[in-house]
Design a binder for this molecule. Sequence first.
Ligand code: KG4
Ligand code: ZN
Length: 340
Amino acid sequence: MKVLGIESSCDECAAAVVEDGSRMLSNVVATQIPFHAPYNGVVPEIASRKHTEWIYNVVKESLDKAGLDAKDIDAVAVTSRPGLLGSLLVGLSFAKAFAWARNIPLIAVDHMLAHLYAPRLVSENPPAYPFLGLLVSGGHSIICRADNFDDITVLGTTIDDAVGEAFDKVAKHYGFGYPGGAVIDRMAQSGDSGAFRFPLPNLHKGEHRHDVSYSGLKTAVINQLEMFRVKKNDDIKPEDIAASFQKTAVDILLRALFNAACDTGLTTIVAGGGVAANSYLRARLAERQDLRCVFPPLDLCGDNGAMIAGIGYHYLTRGERSPLSVNASARVMGFKKKYP
Ligand code: KG4
Ligand code: ZN
């Protein structure tokens, strides 16, 4: 069964064709980065306008690269939540029109669940459920238990900013470049991560054992840099700020993640979302011989249509369909943690 996947939740206009949930026949990602870079962040109005201009050609290219015609597609899967509302509506409206015109099923899918599905597109030995999910992107920092592709229980989340947002804001403040995560990761390779010692948030106990927080770190790096400087006499190098910030940002995630692994007894971790591309995060998790850590390849960490088509196939095989009246939603309530 060949599923067309469409993704337009943020600043990537993407479409892919995936056969039977795992064989990628094409995966086209048109990035809007150059259009948002002058503003050091995604401008929602520009994002939705670019999606409107690009969506037809992106979908066409995904069909061409797969060597297929519109009539060969069996179903359309599309991100309907969470994300920027105007951007989501472009992909969703296009997918509805495609499904209606071809008289094929429409499947509206959750972008974050799709990120968790991404490693299954390439792994010959996909991780068995249940596992621990680490969903880290520009808008989310979620540690969850995954019992199926559509069944997650949030164990921990951020109590303020998302981890990717912290990377983006620090990069923006210091003018490192955009998008912040990838730039800081690159700069950190030649920096000293011990040059600044930023404190970890006080969240390691009780109901917050699996939670993370980034507003304190952001304030420390942006407004109180001098306070946390270890080598007082050296010049401040931008690479050292990047490396020290990145180390602390990832250590915050890892403390909560390892607490969750310890408390649940789950030993497989699946990471997803843009921050899953981070090299320090990957290296630290690779050190843990007692855990199986599964990362998507770098080109499937960020937003893409293949993960949407892949997860969409599983809803289809269960006989599920979305009505053409399905709406986009900027937020997903289920991603809020329930405290006792
Ligand atoms: O999943 P994604 O492409 O879009 C959202 O759904 O948000 O994630 C984008 C986020 C941005 O905050 C970006 O700075 C971050 O992922 N990111 C990284 C890296 N590459 C992208 N953060 C840390 N290290 C990276 N190498
Ligand atoms: Zn994403």
